[in-house]
Design a protein around this ligand. Structure first.
Ligand code: KIV
Length: 279
């Protein structure tokens, strides 16, 4: 599958069916203009809880609320017509029970018109994934480095190295068996990502994983160089909009202080000049 400007937004089943085909393209988005910019190029767009760190200046994703996800989800939905929208369940909104997860997932989907939700966790979330899927909620899973568990994982470290690979493989199999339509593999060794991609029935979406995954995702502010607090090894910067923006703001400040902005073309005359006779 690959996105074109006039295509209909794919459904979760279309994403599932893309396993082994042309790699799926995905980015995060949090606002309408960003969503519009990527709509024609992405198969799906994730309203990620990374919004807390990249737009709200939070130190982790743990402080992100349902209200924040709904507000950004509505904004992104207004900018999409040909890419599917997936939205993150924020920390604390789904872990307690399958019923809690259903209530919050249904609220997110109803209020934002997202086509699916994403949640973090493997074996221990399999029951919840099956519960949601059986009740009409398509689920994308997220395993490997799961940022909402940063405090129990001991930081944003690579997951699944050496003996720890077995647990990640079990997570991948569990979410696939539970009915997830795709799974994000974050920050795991390349060979492990390739093995999981070969072994499970659903598409793997890599971020810090492998070019052999069935698709890739990046945080848009990372790849555009807008988020500059730090850069993970797996981020490729395709632009440097943060630096460009800072230079533009400095130029504006200079022009205002030098009274060279606004220039004549930016201000209004007292009267509109009368049209020349005969015209
Ligand atoms: O919240 C997010 O942006 C994510 C991606 C990194 C996959 O979960």
């Amino acid at each position: 599958m690959s996105a074109t400007a006039d295509k209909k937004a794919p459904l979760p089943d279309d994403i599932r069916a893309a396993k082994g085909g042309t790699p799926l393209v995905s980015l995060t988005a949090y606002t309408t203009p960003m969503a519009q910019m990527m709509d024609a190029h992405c198969d799906f767009v994730l309203v990620g809880d990374s919004v807390g760190m990249v737009l709200h200046g939070l130190p982790s994703t743990l402080g992100v609320t349902m209200e924040m996800m709904i507000m950004h989800g509505k904004a992104v939905a207004r900018g999409l017509s040909s890419a599917m929208m997936v939205i993150d369940l924020p920390f604390g909104s789904y872990e307690e029970s399958p019923e809690q997860a259903f209530g919050n997932a249904a609220r997110l989907m109803a209020q934002t018109s997202a086509g699916a939700v994403k949640l973090e966790g493997g074996v221990h979330m399999a029951k919840t994934i099956a519960f949601l899927v059986a009740r009409g909620i398509p689920v994308m899973a997220h395993i490997g480095l799961t940022p909402q568990s940063v405090n129990t994982l001991g930081g944003y470290k690579v997951q699944g190295r050496d003996a720890a690979a077995t647990a990640v493989i079990a997570d991948a199999q569990a979410v696939s068996d539970a009915g997830a339509f795709a799974v994000v593999l974050e920050k795991i060794p390349q060979s492990l990502a390739d093995q999981i991609t070969a072994d499970i029935a659903i598409p793997t979406i890599g971020i810090g994983a492998s070019a052999g995954c069935d698709g890739q995702i990046l945080v848009v502010d990372d790849m555009l160089g807008l988020f500059t607090a730090f850069k993970a090894k797996f981020v490729k910067r395709y632009a440097h909009l943060g630096d460009d923006g800072a230079a533009a703001i400095a130029a504006y400040a200079h022009d205002v202080r030098a009274r060279t902005f606004p220039a004549p073309e930016h201000v209004f005359a007292d009267q509109i000049p009368a049209p020349a006779k005969g015209k």
